[in-house]
Ligand binder design. Structure first.
Ligand SMILES: Cc1cc2nc3c(=O)[nH]c(=O)nc-3n(C[C@H](O)[C@H](O)[C@H](O)COP(=O)(O)OP(=O)(O)OC[C@H]3O[C@@H](n4cnc5c(N)ncnc54)[C@H](O)[C@@H]3O)c2cc1C
Length: 428
């Protein structure tokens, strides 16, 4: 059983199939240093999740075997050591996962490589509109997704026997994760959300200070909880609709692997922004309070509210005229929940180069701040220089300039009205 981003026992079809098919199973995870090095926060969270997965496997008589190196070479080595006749693995949507699967099949010609669902509620490729192989518009996708027959979740195995001779490589976990790791933590997190916040989700999900969203994305990213279980527990409604967005972007990426780098709609050929502005954006020193609050939340917490993700992405690509790729790379490096399909989907949507029925939309960050952080609680929480500024002054560049002593907080690096005129001219 090759674990990838399905770090759980419950509703894990690949694991259930492996346990059903053999007396002995090697639950294997391969730490690929090339992927981890540039993403320290996600890497710590992942390793903490592996510690928990090991404990959960021990509770049913097994353990996790961890190897370090290239996933294909290490899997092949374990197959050889164990004399395994099959490798079970979850299907995934990234080009990296597709290559891994292809290489596994080439490296193991005499072994059955069995691929199982489990990462999505509805697997990529399962739904398609007439005449196409995937959906590019969310609303009809969501309709089809809601009406599709969902698979039946599979229970966790009750016991597992791991061959004694197969050992782990030495590996270490550096540092603590800022959120509790593992399947048990994910389930408790979900239960709390269902009990305390699901009912008010629609009303609060865009309120930046309220913390009204589930916070489940890191757990979904690594599969500490099954998206299907979450969708079934929450039932139809605005929250579960967001899980459909996750599957939507998954099937978009699976069908468009080049979208990791290339515009899906090549709507613009030049990006003329000043790369010094990119640095100010990264540091949260743009002089636009709501943008800086989002970027500083990212820097300190490794996460950012969905609304501010949209605002800072629109700001980078449309106000600053900087290619979305720079923003997506920064998010990928910093986010605990950094996920190629959702990240690229979100960035290309914000940049107007992706699957969006209104690619020309541009957010006014000042109005967004006023609307979604009216009293300034979120801004003040993340931008201490603005802690004493009254709410009415936070959302207006002229009033803000008038309230602060010189040098206390940056003046805006771009005038939104100018940027909007330029963007409109460009996208005409
Ligand atoms: C520019 C940009 C980049 C993003 N990058 C990522 C990323 O790297 N990883 C990531 O998981 N999400 C990403 N998102 C989507 C979204 O912002 C996060 O999923 C959400 O903020 C996570 O918080 P939550 O779990 O409290 O969400 P909730 O509102 O509680 O939603 C529940 C779950 O639904 C899914 N979901 C919610 N919104 C979206 C969305 N817009 N698109 C796809 N799935 C969604 C997530 O899995 C989320 O955990 C990005 C959005 C934008 C605009």
């Amino acid at each position: 059983m090759l674990f990838t981003r399905d770090l759980r026992l419950d509703d894990n079809p690949a694991l259930a199939a492996a346990v059903a098919a053999a007396h002995e199973v090697v639950p294997l995870f391969v730490l690929d240093d090339r992927l981890l090095r540039r993403r320290p926060r996600r890497s710590t969270f992942l390793k903490r999740c592996l510690v928990e997965l090991d404990a959960d496997l021990r509770a049913i008589g097994g353990r996790l075997v961890v190897r370090v190196g290239d996933p294909v070479a290490e899997t092949a080595r374990v197959v050889e050591e164990a004399g395994a006749d099959a490798v079970h693995v979850a299907a995934d949507v990234t080009p990296y996962a597709s290559r891994r699967l292809e290489r596994l099949r080439t490296a193991l010609p005499r072994v059955a490589v069995r691929v199982w669902p489990g990462v999505a509620v509805v697997e990529a490729g399962a739904l398609a509109p007439p005449g196409r192989d995937h959906y590019r518009v969310f609303t009809p996708y969501h309709r089809a997704w809601t009406n599709a027959p969902w698979r039946v979740p599979v229970p966790a195995p009750r016991s597992i026997t791991v061959p004694a001779a197969i050992s782990s490589s030495p590996w270490t976990v550096e540092g603590m994760s800022s959120i509790a790791a593992g399947e048990g933590a994910a389930r408790r997190h979900l239960d709390r959300f269902l009990h305390d916040r699901l009912a008010s989700y629609a009303e609060q999900r865009d309120d930046l200070a309220a913390g009204g969203t589930s916070g489940l994305s890191p757990y979904l990213r690594l599969g500490c909880i099954s998206a299907l279980r979450v969708a079934l527990a929450a039932g139809d409604g605005p929250f579960t609709r967001q899980l459909a967005w996750r599957d939507f972007y998954g099937q978009v990426l699976a069908a468009n692997p080049d979208s990791l780098r290339d515009d899906m709609l090549p709507s613009r050929s030049t990006w003329e922004g000043d790369l010094r502005h990119l640095e100010a954006w990264r540091r949260g020193e743009t002089g636009v309070p709501i943008v800086d609050a989002g970027m500083r939340q990212l820097a300190t917490e490794g996460t950012m509210h969905n609304r501010t993700r949209m605002i800072v992405a629109s700001f980078l690509t449309k106000d600053l005229d900087i290619h979305w790729r720079f923003g997506a790379q920064h998010f990928d490096a910093e986010l605990i929940d950094g996920d190629p399909a959702n990240n690229i989907g979100g960035w290309q949507w914000a940049a107007g180069t992706g699957v969006d029925t209104r690619p020309g939309r541009m957010f006014n960050p000042w109005l967004q701040g006023e609307r979604f952080d009216g009293d300034g609680t979120y801004i003040r929480r993340h931008v201490p220089e603005l802690a004493d500024v009254a709410a009415r002054d936070l959302h207006d560049p002229r009033r803000l300039a008038g309230t602060l002593p010189p040098g206390h907080y940056p003046t805006p690096i771009v005038d939104h009205a100018d940027a909007a005129r330029r963007y409109r001219a460009l996208s005409r």
